[in-house]
Design a protein around this ligand. Sequence first.
Ligand SMILES: C[S@@+](CC[C@H](N)C(=O)[O-])C[C@H]1O[C@@H](n2cnc3c(N)ncnc32)[C@H](O)[C@@H]1O
Length: 214
Amino acid sequence: MSYPTPAQRRAISDGYYARNPQRFLGDPSPFLGWARRWLDTLPRPTLVLDLGSGPGRDARALSGPGVRVRAIDHAPLAIARGRALPDPPAELEFVEADLLPALAATETASIDAVYAHVVYMVFSDAELDRVAREVARVLRPGGFHLFAVRSTGDPLAAEGREVAPDVRVRPPDTEPLRYFRAETLDRLRAPGLARVVAEETPDRRVWYVSDRRT
Ligand SMILES: C[S@@+](CC[C@H](N)C(=O)[O-])C[C@H]1O[C@@H](n2cnc3c(N)ncnc32)[C@H](O)[C@@H]1O
């Protein structure tokens, strides 16, 4: 099965934002509330990467005195919308980039938390392995990898055409989307990361995961 190229993926994401001008603006996601139980324990000053941040609803809510957030997204429209919002927190930085090279360019053991809300479903097996390795490398000991991904319990996981195990293309979407089960979550736990908790939301649509750098 072939995945779109990085340029095609960026165009797919940007097209989504062009069709949905209000998407991912406004209140932070419920996942941020869940993740705060670990984020709030980190020593200050704290540096957080928000991978696939969109216009930064979570990054904006999280950033503030003592908490710097680097919000990374490959969709130019998402980044432009985030930057255009009034009263930007001084501790919030937007970066328009593909998150894989952005992670690779990040200094080893320089990050306190890597945060990703419903982003990793678009990645191939090899890319998930790369994300896992890079996250383990960039986190400081004691740092957290906090991520949410769609679950096979989501009714959408039965729709469209299955192109690989738990990976589906659902027209009119052109991008394969992976739905995760407990075993697939392990793929994101590279050596050096210990699972703290992985739990499905009560509607079983999404996994919430916290891993800690040992
Ligand atoms: C479902 S949206 C979630 C946005 C945000 N995390 C939130 O919850 O508000 C997924 C985001 O991931 C971004 N994305 C997908 N693949 C990416 C990649 N390879 N590099 C950077 N961003 C990516 C998309 O542009 C999109 O903004």
